[in-house]
Design a protein around this ligand. Structure first.
Ligand SMILES: C[S@@+](CC[C@H](N)C(=O)[O-])C[C@H]1O[C@@H](n2cnc3c(N)ncnc32)[C@H](O)[C@@H]1O
Length: 215
């Protein structure tokens, strides 16, 4: 996702229309399997996790069946949130709310982890991009518990994203890892991450200082 795609990604009307027209689950970048290992490394099964800009991805459902039992999902689009409420009624521990990531009305230090798959990229491709992304990151830093983690899967290369994420105001330590793009051809190419935008996705982990409750 880039500015060249247009600023429609920052607009509620675009997302509402998209989810009205196509109700099938759509997975941006890659599916849960591609980030599963990182989720198990960084998230506790009974920790409170926020999936921000959840869309109609299957990630939260897959995480639920994979042992993560308390996942709050938020999205700007009321259309997709209602669809996900209807779809997941039987899954205890998944909740869904309409919320703008730039103005999150959530308590300070109330989450162990925040998962963002493609959401900050959306903000960065819209109007007032840097201001929006900074507002969002400030909220994430505020709502994370000490020792909590913000995990962001992005198409943005480290050279672009690190300047924003490593802002000292957020008091977190940032690392990044390449994540292979899903392979479509039958001959699997050798995984060769470079900072070329086409070579891979990037998973950023931002860990706040202090111990989490379980040490
Ligand atoms: C690129 S999609 C990613 C969806 C999903 N996380 C995935 O991986 O498939 C971005 C999502 O962010 C939502 N979104 C856009 N702007 C938002 C905002 N300001 N606050 C919360 N969600 C937003 C869109 O409605 C959309 O569902």
């Amino acid at each position: 996702m880039s500015k060249a795609d247009g600023s429609q990604y920052g607009r509620l009307a675009y997302w509402d229309q998209r989810y009205t027209d196509d109700k099938e689950p759509f997975e941006w970048y890659c599916n849960y399997n591609s980030i599963r290992e990182h989720c198990h490394e960084h998230f506790r099964p009974h920790g409170k996790i926020l999936n921000v800009g959840c869309g109609n991805s299957r990630v939260s459902e897959d995480m639920h069946f994979d042992g993560f039992k308390d996942i709050v999902n938020v999205d700007l689009s009321g259309v997709v949130i209602q669809q996900m409420i209807d779809k997941t009624q039987s899954l205890n521990g998944l909740s869904w709310q309409v919320m703008d990531a730039r103005y999150m009305e959530l308590d300070d230090e109330s989450f162990d982890a925040v998962l963002d798959k493609g959401m900050i990229d959306t903000l960065l491709s819209g109007d007032n991009s840097v201001e929006s992304a900074n507002k969002f990151c400030s909220h994430v830093a505020r709502i994370l518990k000490p020792g909590g983690i913000y995990m962001c899967l992005s198409s943005g290369i480290p050279n672009e994203r690190m300047t924003m994420l490593s802002n000292q105001d957020y008091s977190w330590e940032v690392h990044y890892f390449p994540v292979p793009k899903p392979v479509i051809s039958e001959v699997e190419p050798k995984f060769n991450p470079t900072e070329e935008p086409t070579s891979c996705y990037w998973l950023y982990t931002c860990k706040t200082g202090g111990d989490d409750e379980e040490g």
